[in-house]
Every structure is written in C-alpha cells, then in structure tokens.
Design a protein around this ligand. Structure first.
Ligand code: NAP
Length: 453
C-alpha cells in the first residue's frame, strides 16, 4: 500500500493509487525526452535552477518538515533542519559543478588528450523513508547538475514527500520530466531496472533490497551505487573528553528517533573509563523526552511504524534471553503510536544475534575493552562498514583509527555525519560507491577519454 500512516497516532491519513505499468512507461519516456533537453543546457542554467530549488527548500522548510514528521515521525525541529540541509547540498552543487565537470587536460605525446565528463541518462533512485528529503536530494542535486534525469521510487510510506520532491524540481525550473516520482512498490522495481532506457540505479536502504537491485543491474550490465545499513562503532579511549563523548553518543544514537544508518550503534569503551561513561550515558538516556514529534521539546518521536517497533522489541528480547543486560529502557511504550523508550544493552557477546545486527531504533549496545587493539578488532568484527567515531586526545590512536577501522568514514571527537563537501558511503555490506562531494557528481557519469593524434 502506498499511504501516509502517521506513526504518532497509527492513523492512515492518505492513500494513493499506485502508478500502473503504463504510467511508469510514460514517465520513462518523459525522462528520456527531458534528458535530451537537459543535455543541451549549460551548467550555469542548471545552477540557476538548483539555486532556486535551494530557495524553495529554505522558504518552505516548515511545510516540508511537517510532511516528513507526519509521514515518518521524526521531531519537527529535525525535519525542518533536514530541508535546510538539502538547500545547502543544492547550493554546493550549483557552486561547484562547473569546476568538477570541466574538461581536464592530461599531457601525453598526442596533440590533445583530456577527460570529458558526460551524463548517462535516466537514473532510477530507490530511496528509504528515514531521511525522506535528504536521501533524495543528495542523489538528485548532483545527478541533475551533471545532466542526468532522475526517476524516484521512494519508500511506500512517504508518498507526500515523494510528490513534493518532484514538485520542488519542477518549480525550480528544471525541464518537465527531469525529476519524476514513480508511485510504485518494491516489486515493480525490477521492470524499471530492466528497461533499456534506464541507464543506472542507486539504492539507499536495507541489504536485501540492495542485493536485489545490484543483482538485476548486474545481469543488465548497469552501474549501481548502494548505501545500505550500518552498525557504526563509537570508540571511547581513556584520554577522551567524557562529557563531549557522552553528549555526542546520545545525539548520535537517538537523532532521527534512532533510525539513522550512520548512528553510532556499538559503543566500545576502554575499561579505565567504562563505568563513568556507562553511568553518564544512562543518566542522559533517562533524561530524554519521548513524545509528540510536533512538539519542540520532544527529543524522540515514534518509530516509523508499529512493525518497526515490534521488530526492534523482538531483537532486544532475544538479546536479553541470550544473556544481554538491559541497563535502562529499550521497551515499546504502551500508548497510541509506535513509541519506544530509548535504552541501553550491555554484556553482549559474539554468540548473541544482536552482536551482528543493526538495531534500527534508539537502543545503544555497550562493550568494554582493554585497549585500542581490542577496540579496533571489535569495531571491525562486523559485516557492516559505514561510519565510525573515536573519542581520544592521542595522536597515535587517531592515526591508527584512520588507518585501521574498516569503514567509509572515521570521525574523531565527533559523530559521523554527512556533509555535501565530503564523500559519503560505505564498504563491506554497507554498500559501495560514494555520494556527495566531487565523487557524488561523478557517480553517474561517463568519464570519457578524448584524444587527438
Ligand atoms: P528497505 O526496506 O530496503 O527500503 C528502502 C527502499 O527500497 C524502499 O523504497 C523500498 O520500497 C525499496 N525496496 C525494498 N525491497 C526492495 C526490493 N526487493 N527491490 C527493490 N526495492 C526494494 O529499507 P528500510 O528498512 O525501509 O530502511 C532502513 C535501512 O536503510 C537501514 O538498514 C538503514 O541503515 C538503511 N539506510 C542506509 C543509508 C545509507 O546512506 N547507507 C541511509 C538511510 C538508511 P517499499 O517501501 O515500497 O518497500
């Protein structure tokens, strides 16, 4: 079902008729026509439209924020901030695309040789609900600046956000059809991927969805970019500023109601500071306010759906049954809506299911280690490799973290976050390819070798 179900109440607010195969075919045809037009436009023209999109995102941040909060439950303050962050990404690409896309001469023995960067055509973006604007814009802004067109298959629970994003790029001035939303479920994605007019695909979401899209695209010889799950390590060493570490740990684990791919999920703490860190983390978790996401004082709103709350609860009950200790919270709340009390688990060992799982909600897993070797070994003992953090003042430890933690990013004395100026992506089962920065602009381009004898 493609519908808006408010997770704060459990009420279905709006349902949508899914697009038929004929609707989708028409959208792809429009995308091809728009690609031919967009290719002919200058980067300056595209930049003007992209800046207009940023203006709209800023002006309508509270409207867009409400859409996000109603559809997926994040606190309104965070949703409005997400719209403004999207504006910053649009401006980054408006300002930098010309430089990144410029011909790059390469001296050889030939009269001329250089790289020219050309767009590929229509790209399908399969996107998740957790950052319903940001995930889409971080694909769309570079794709459109490069001259590609976008087809968005958004998560089925955020159709209003999906439609608002199509409207955003139309209002900004991009050619009709340059960015379109397909209201289809996951089972209809294969048909789009196999359409020869669709040249590439990107997916942000779970491992099974990513593996399916990559397998189909593999058989069609089409490029893919995957941004999948994570269970990021957050290492705390004895020299850390503990106040900063605890404050950042809470923010990272609970932002977006705990449903962020790059949230710190595994807190790996040196024995010298373990008790102090654990006690402060517990107090901070117990002070969080869980409630109506429209309320400015709320730290944590509901999980995205009743199913999500049930799944998280089952993961935790199983961990506890297998011997983990529930330090605080980590239980669904008995009230309307899919609210979940933030919590902390400790005593998790490698034979427990939770050890290897991503907990997609506000529940921290706490581990005690006796040194950096053990901390890095534990951080790397995961199929995931998205982000990572380390809190330390020791330069040698910082360098080892940069070199040895198996992840797409390592942040020191800070939480992992995305920034349009820095590349973003994972390794191992967290996916491949990079979004944002220069890499994100080149992700769906033909880097053509041009040579004149
Ligand atoms: P999901 O079920 O994989 O859904 C993501 C998108 O994929 C939705 O549009 C969904 O459509 C679609 N989809 C699902 N199964 C599919 C299939 N077999 N073929 C094609 N499309 C399919 O993900 P989720 O559970 O909602 O999202 C949470 C996951 O995303 C977490 O693991 C999180 O860590 C990850 N994530 C990663 C990043 C990153 O940047 N690395 C960012 C955010 C989230 P329907 O809604 O119609 O099913």
């Amino acid at each position: 079902m493609i519908a808006t179900t408010n997770p704060a109440t459990g009420r279905v607010e709006e349902t949508y008729r899914p697009h038929t195969d004929a609707d989708v075919d028409l959208a792809i045809a429009r995308s091809v026509v728009a690609f031919e037009r967009l290719k002919q436009t200058s980067i300056a023209e595209r930049a003007a439209w992209m800046n207009k999109a940023a203006d709209i995102l800023e002006a309508d941040a509270s409207l867009f924020g409400r859409l996000m909060t109603v559809e997926m439950g994040k606190p309104l303050v965070q949703a409005e901030a997400e719209a403004r962050k999207c504006a910053r990404a649009c401006r980054y690409y408006a300002d930098n695309a010309a430089d990144i896309l410029a011909d790059e001469p390469v001296p050889t023995e030939r009269a001329r040789s250089f790289r020219r960067i050309l767009p590929l055509g229509p790209v399908l973006a399969v996107m998740p609900w957790n950052y319903p604007f940001w995930q889409v814009v971080r694909f769309a802004a570079p794709a459109l600046m490069a001259g590609n067109t976008g087809l968005l298959k958004h998560a089925s629970n955020v159709p209003q956000c999906a439609l608002a994003l199509q409207d955003l790029f139309e209002r900004a001035g991009f050619p009709n059809g340059a960015f379109q939303t397909l209201l289809i479920g996951g089972s209809k994605v294969e048909r789009v991927l196999r359409d020869p007019r669709v040249r590439a695909a990107t997916l942000t979401g779970s491992e099974p969805a990513g593996a399916s899209v990559a397998a189909i695209c593999g058989s069609e010889i089409k490029p893919t970019l995957l941004e999948l799950g994570g269970s990021d390590a957050f290492i705390v060493m004895p020299s850390a500023d503990l106040d900063a570490a605890v404050e950042t740990a809470v923010a990272s684990r609970t932002k977006n109601n705990g449903q962020s791919c790059i949230a710190a999920k595994r807190f790996i703490v040196h024995a010298d500071v373990y008790d102090a860190f654990r006690d402060r983390l517990q107090s901070a978790f117990e002070a969080l306010s869980v409630g109506d996401p429209m309320d400015a004082d709320t730290d944590i709103g509901p999980l995205v759906s009743a199913d999500a709350a049930t799944e998280l609860s089952e993961q935790i009950e199983r961990a506890v049954a297998q011997g983990a200790r529930r330090l605080t919270g980590a239980v669904p709340l008995d009230r309307d809506g899919s609210y979940f009390q933030p919590g902390i688990l400790e005593g998790i060992t490698s034979d427990m299911d939770a050890y290897a799982q991503e907990l997609f909600g506000p529940v921290a897993m706490l581990f005690e280690v006796d040194g950096l070797d053990a901390a890095i070994a534990l951080a790397n003992d995961s199929d995931f490799g998205l982000g990572s953090s380390i809190f330390t003042q020791d330069e040698a430890e910082i360098e080892r973290a940069f070199d040895e933690i198996e992840a797409g990013s390592t942040f020191v004395n800070a939480m992992t976050s995305s920034d349009p100026r820095l590349p973003f992506g994972g390794i191992k089962h967290s996916g491949y390819g990079r979004e944002l920065a220069r890499e994100g602009l080149l992700a769906f381009c033909n880097i053509k070798t041009c040579a004149v004898a």
